[in-house]
Design a binder for this molecule. Structure first.
Ligand SMILES: Cc1cc2nc3c(=O)[nH]c(=O)nc-3n(C[C@H](O)[C@H](O)[C@H](O)COP(=O)(O)OP(=O)(O)OC[C@H]3O[C@@H](n4cnc5c(N)ncnc54)[C@H](O)[C@@H]3O)c2cc1C
Length: 448
């Protein structure tokens, strides 16, 4: 099975690693776009505090957090033991940002949050120990904190450096035979697969036949081609039928104006003039995914959401076990890595477009929020500000599953992509290889 994975952020890297581990011959293509989200991401893994009420998202995120420890262990076994993943715990602060918290309201909020987490722990034991700490106890764990901020401590929360994890996954995938290719991929497809069998595109705009037929009426295989069912049956409807139908066309050229939707049949990608053929393609191109799919008539609703995040050096302080800090009022946060580094994030700039710049306002927002919660960071050194374009979908749920023959989309992970990326990548790999999934993919239909 020849598989192309487009995009080597956390999703594509995890997909290439999983697919090559399952025996596929994988080519991983990346355009090195400025603003890759994975390289900028903070790396907090703590989905259980989310106020999101979408149960499909929550269950997916919990499964993704659970996916981490065995993945980290598997990477360590192949010599990739240093990916910066650590369960450092998290401090959830009360919601009254800017005020002394050791008052009754703050305390009541924290106790309510703790009760909610303990209730969630039945289904997600990885949440670990949950305890309300005094302000003094919280500062012992994260010394730069402003005094007087009690917190809920969540032992199971973890952090990981997305850059290091993605790089480790790519190296491990390479050892399993994955080939890496740098350049901008364009999809190569045959439009018209199944036209003789009375199939139609979603939009019913097949210029060549004008025929209509639902995806459920695949006369050639008698099987539904949609996400859930393909995954459930574990069968590829088109096995052995690839080389013989239709005329080859390329995204953006041969099929302009024709919306082929699910009727599209992808046969590979073109990278800088080179054609790379494959049995399946996984598009894990983050915020750029819609651009890649649009020329072949597939619309996915994913847009860039800029995030700016500041890295602060604290001299010789041992920050290696400092917990993640989650001030519940603002959506901003702090976390630390081993090299005396505290990371303060992040802006969430909807409508930013593809504009991965550090802005004066963005940096000011991030630093102001960080110093409000943790004034002790004020004397630190501003080491760098990173910028990433989060792939933001139409809602919080990932866009994950097949969208055409031999074509799988894996993106839309938004602000939780480092939590969910390794799991989403592994699911995309199984999907592309036509293997059974242990989850129902319909809620994640990329065409919703
Ligand atoms: C500031 C910030 C903080 C964050 N913090 C957290 C956090 O604490 N916890 C969490 O869980 N998540 C966090 N996230 C979210 C997370 O980083 C993203 O959701 C995740 O990294 C997205 O990964 P991806 O692989 O989908 O996309 P990306 O990492 O953006 O990768 C997409 C890749 O596709 C490539 N590409 C695009 N088009 C093409 C093409 N035509 N051909 C070839 N290659 C192409 C690009 O070059 C890029 O490398 C944060 C994000 C940001 C920006």
């Amino acid at each position: 099975m020849r598989l192309i994975v487009v995009g080597s952020g956390i999703v594509g890297a995890a997909c290439a690693y999983a697919a090559s581990g399952l025996g596929a011959q994988v080519t991983l293509v990346d355009a090195a776009e400025p603003g890759q989200a994975t390289a900028a991401g903070a790396g907090i893994i703590c989905p259980w505090t989310a106020s999101v009420e979408d149960s499909a998202w929550y269950d997916f995120a919990c499964a993704a957090a659970r996916h981490y420890p065995p993945l980290i262990a598997a990477l360590a076994e192949v010599g990739e033991g240093d990916v910066s993943y650590r369960q450092v715990g998290a401090l959830l602060l009360a919601g009254q940002d800017g005020q002394e918290q050791e008052d009754q309201l703050g305390q009541a909020q924290l106790e309510q949050a703790a009760r909610r987490l303990i209730a969630r722990r039945t289904a997600a034991p990885e949440i670990g120990d949950v305890r309300v700490l005094t302000g003094a106890e919280a500062r012992q764990l994260f010394p730069p904190l402003r005094p007087g901020q009690p917190a809920v401590h969540i032992a199971g929360a973890a952090r990981v450096d997305g850059r290091r994890l993605a790089a480790a996954l790519i190296r491990a995938a390479a050892r399993q035979g994955t080939t890496m290719r740098t350049g901008t991929a364009r999809l190569v497809c045959r439009e018209g697969h199944g036209s003789d069998a009375g199939q139609r595109s979603d939009a019913g705009q097949r210029a060549d036949t004008g025929q209509r037929a639902d995806a459920g009426e695949r006369a050639d295989a008698g099987q539904r081609a949609d996400a859930g069912q393909r995954a459930d049956t574990g069968q590829r409807a088109d096995t052995g039928e690839r080389a013989d139908t239709g005329q080859g066309t390329e995204g953006g050229h041969g099929i302009q104006g024709i919306r082929v939707g699910r009727g599209v049949r992808v046969t590979g990608v073109r990278v800088d003039g080179d054609l790379i053929e494959a049995d399946a393609v996984v598009v894990a191109a983050g915020a750029w995914t819609a651009r890649l799919l649009e020329p072949v008539g597939i619309t996915v609703h994913v847009v860039p959401q800029r995030g700016q995040i500041a890295h602060i050096g604290l001299g010789a302080a041992d920050t290696s076990r400092w917990p993640v800090v989650l001030p519940s009022a603002t959506g901003h946060y702090l976390l630390a890595f081993d090299d005396s580094r505290v990371v303060a994030g992040a802006t969430r700039e909807a409508g930013s477009g593809f504009d991965p710049r550090v802005t004066a306002a963005g940096l000011a927002e991030v630093l102001a929020n960080a110093l409000e919660v943790a004034p002790g960071l004020g004397a630190g050194t501003l080491l760098e500000t990173r910028v990433g374009l989060r792939p933001a979908g139409p809602d919080v749920r990932p866009l994950l599953g097949p969208v055409g023959d031999g074509l799988v989309v894996a993106t839309g992970l938004g602000a939780s992509g480092l939590t969910m990326g390794p799991y989403a990548g592994a699911i995309a790999a199984r999907c592309a290889l036509g293997l059974l999934q242990d989850i129902e993919l319909e809620p994640f239909n990329p065409l919703r």
